[in-house]
Design a protein around this ligand. Structure first.
Ligand SMILES: Cc1cc2nc3c(=O)[nH]c(=O)nc-3n(C[C@H](O)[C@H](O)[C@H](O)COP(=O)(O)O)c2cc1C
Length: 265
C-alpha cells in the first residue's frame, strides 16, 4: 500500500534528495508506524513465516534469550489494553505479539548446573537486545509483505499485570508489544523525518554535533502535514516525554526485575 521509491523515502526522511539511488532499498526506508488496520486477515502461514524471519535474526551466542506470545483472544486483548494505556491499535490489530526477554527457558535447560551469569545485568541486556532484533526482523519482513506494524512500549507500564495475564514465569519480562496487520485503506501514516546522519553517525570518534534546530524545522513541517501543532517543537515534545508523569508506571521495572530474579548482581 505504501510505495515510495528509495529517493522519495530518503527525501521524506532527510528533507533533501539522496546523492545516489538504490531502488531496491526503497522498502527498507519507507517504514512508518501503522495504527489503523484493515479487517483483511493475515494467514497463520504468513505469520509462521514472519516468526521464521524473526528467528533468523542474529542472537547473542545463539542463546535465543527471547520469546513471543501472540494474543488473539479478544477478551485477553481488551484486558491487555487496559495495562497498555488504552491504545486502540492493541485491540484492533489482527495480530498482537508480546515480545519478551526470556531467561526462563535457559534456566530450565541448565537445570542441575550453575547458571550464575544469568544473574548479571549484561544477560538482561542480551535478552532485551535479542528480543528487539527478532521483532525488528519480523517488522522488516512484514513490511516487505505489505503489512504494517506498531510497537507498543506501553507493555512495560505494568509488568506484574502483564505477566499475570499472559502467564509469564519468573525470568520472563514483556519488553514491548508488536501490533501487526494490513494497513486500513484510509491509513494516512506518513514517513517521519529523522535526524540528519551527522547527528547520529560519527567517524572515528564521537562528535556531539546534534543538529537539533534544523531537525525542529523539518519536524514542524511534518507536524503541520499531520494536523499536529507545529509550534511545539520536536525538542519540546521530547523533553516532555522526560517528565515524571510519562513514566506511566515503568518506574517499578527495576524492582520488578530484581523481584523476579532477572537481575541479582
Ligand atoms: C520500543 C518501541 C516502543 C513503542 N511504543 C509505542 C507505543 O506504545 N504506542 C505507539 O503508538 N507507538 C509506539 N512506538 C512507535 C514510535 O512512536 C515510532 O516508531 C516513532 O514515533 C517513529 O515513528 P515511525 O515509526 O512512524 O517512523 C514505539 C516504538 C518503539 C521502537
Amino acid at each position: 500500500m505504501f510505495g515510495e521509491s528509495f529517493a522519495e523515502a530518503w527525501a521524506a526522511r532527510y528533507g533533501a534528495p539522496p546523492t545516489a539511488d538504490f531502488p531496491e532499498l526503497g522498502p527498507f526506508l519507507r517504514h512508518r508506524s501503522v495504527r489503523a488496520f484493515s479487517d483483511r486477515p493475515v494467514s497463520e502461514e504468513l505469520i509462521s513465516a514472519l516468526v521464521g524471519a524473526a528467528q533468523s535474526a542474529s542472537t547473542s551466542s545463539n542463546l535465543q534469550l527471547y520469546s513471543m506470545v501472540s494474543v488473539q483472544d479478544r477478551a485477553l486483548r481488551a484486558k491487555l489494553n487496559e495495562f497498555t494505556s488504552n491504545q486502540s491499535q492493541v485491540t484492533t490489530a489482527p495480530w498482537f505479539f508480546a515480545f519478551c526477554a526470556d531467561h526462563s527457558r535457559l534456566r530450565l535447560a541448565a537445570s542441575g548446573s550453575e547458571a550464575d551469569n544469568l544473574d548479571y545485568e549484561d544477560y538482561f541486556l542480551m535478552a532485551v537486545v535479542d528480543a528487539a532484533l527478532a521483532a525488528e526482523r519480523m517488522t522488516v519482513t512484514a513490511e516487505a509483505m505489505g503489512l504494517g506494524v506498531c510497537y507498543i512500549g506501553a507493555l512495560r507500564n505494568n509488568p506484574a499485570a502483564v505477566a499475570d495475564l499472559l502467564g509469564f514465569p519468573d525470568g520472563v519480562f514483556g519488553v514491548f508489544g508488536l501490533c501487526l496487520g494490513y494497513p486500513a485503506e484510509q491509513c494516512d501514516a506518513a514517513i517521519k523525518p529523522r535526524l540528519h546522519q551527522d547527528a547520529i553517525w560519527f567517524r572515528e570518534r564521537y562528535d556531539a554535533k546534534i543538529g537539533v534546530e534544523e531537525y525542529n524545522a523539518r519536524m514542524a513541517k511534518f507536524y503541520k502535514s499531520q494536523s499536529q501543532d507545529p509550534t511545539v517543537t520536536w525538542s519540546q515534545r521530547s523533553l516532555r516525554r522526560l517528565e515524571k508523569k510519562y513514566m506511566s508506571g515503568r518506574e517499578v521495572i527495576k524492582a520488578w526485575l530484581e523481584k523476579t530474579g532477572f537481575v541479582r548482581r
